[in-house]
Design a protein around this ligand. Structure first.
Ligand SMILES: Nc1nc2c(ncn2[C@@H]2O[C@H](COP(=O)(O)OP(=O)(O)OP(=O)(O)O)[C@@H](O)[C@H]2O)c(=O)[nH]1
Ligand SMILES: [Zn+2]
Length: 292
């Protein structure tokens, strides 16, 4: 039997990559009986058909390290969350939402600020400071100047990565720069949709020459935040969570309570005001949801 990885699944067929070759496989009926559905990202053992050795059967699914639901993919190592520093301007509330969704999946996270060629160094450092202080690894890239591309390669190398971020921030351009033969379509949203790019979106892992895989998907953007509650919200903000042990009250929401260590950290400039403002917005949402 061959060992490989499911890189794509369409209509009951699983495309398994093994040693650089792709095999079109069906799943053994036994999986259905056990209520197991093979998924993209699964490491599997396959048996090839004698009459056609480009096809086969998935015989065994190796134990999954994790499972993401949206996008549906297993054995993910990390999320790289891409935001542009200009064009479009970064919406930090949306970035914090992506971070919450990635934190929820319990995978490593790196933030990639792209299009740094369009802003001053001061502005770039300002954004870096906010997110480095929050405990995140930050990369700065430009596909125009090539800055940071080597760092991005290192981050992606050997890992299975969900490459997420809003439309137009340069995800496809970055991946094409990392590996030109991917030939992903780039350009404005309207250009792409008129060429039908988004009409048949399925989950597919792209293999990198440097080793590793990248998931071609807009990421977690469609996911709702309905798992957030007043109580658990702080866990999704690493810098707020680590300060919260010093709050006077257990169960402090870091909102109007006296003796709140988070609020004093914001006043001292230890926690970014922007992050704290967004925390309060998500807190308000969670409280609203509770009412219904
Ligand atoms: N100035 C500058 N422009 C960039 C950079 N990276 C990408 N762009 C441009 O930004 C536009 C959008 O890039 P895409 O790679 O298509 O963006 P995307 O994130 O893949 O967008 P979707 O596929 O819609 O999610 C293109 O016109 C790119 O040429 C950069 O580093 N600097
Ligand atoms: Zn507090």
């Amino acid at each position: 039997m061959l060992e490989g990885k499911i890189v794509k699944g369409i209509g009951g067929f699983y495309y398994v990559k093994s040693d650089g070759e792709i095999y079109e496989c069906r799943a053994r009926g036994i999986f259905r009986k056990q209520d197991i559905v093979p998924m993209v990202g699964d490491d599997v053992k396959i048996r090839l058909n004698k009459e056609d050795e480009t096809t086969g059967y998935v015989e065994e699914i190796l134990e999954r390290r994790n499972e993401l639901f949206r996008p549906p993919v297993s054995n993910v190592d990390q999320a790289v969350i891409v935001f542009a520093l200009r064009s479009p301007d970064p919406n930090l509330w949306l970035l914090d939402k992506f971070l919450i969704l990635a934190e929820e999946q319990e995978i490593d996270i790196a933030i990639c600020f792209n299009k740094i060629d369009l802003v001053s160094d001061e502005e770039k450092l300002e954004y870096n400071r906010i997110y480095e202080n929050a405990g995140y690894r930050v990369l700065n890239t430009s596909t125009e100047t090539g800055e940071g591309i080597e760092c991005l390669r290192e981050v992606l190398s050997g890992k299975t990565t969900v490459f997420a971020g809003p439309s137009g921030v340069g995800k496809s351009t970055l991946l094409n720069t990392v590996q030109p033969d991917l030939k992903l379509q780039t350009g404005s949203v309207s250009e792409k949709t008129s060429r039908g790019k988004h009409t048949t979106r399925h989950v597919e892992l792209m293999s990198l020459e440097l080793g590793g895989y990248v998931l071609d998907t807009p990421g977690f953007s469609s996911l709702e935040l309905d798992f957030l509650t007043e109580e658990n919200l702080e866990v999704y903000f690493p810098e707020i969570y680590s300060k919260s042990e010093d709050c006077r009250f257990r169960g402090c929401r870091h909102n109007k309570e006296p003796g709140c260590a988070v609020k004093s950290a914001v006043e001292q400039g230890e926690i970014s005001e922007k992050r704290y403002e967004n925390y309060l917005l998500f807190l308000k949402d969670a409280m609203e949801r509770r009412k219904y």
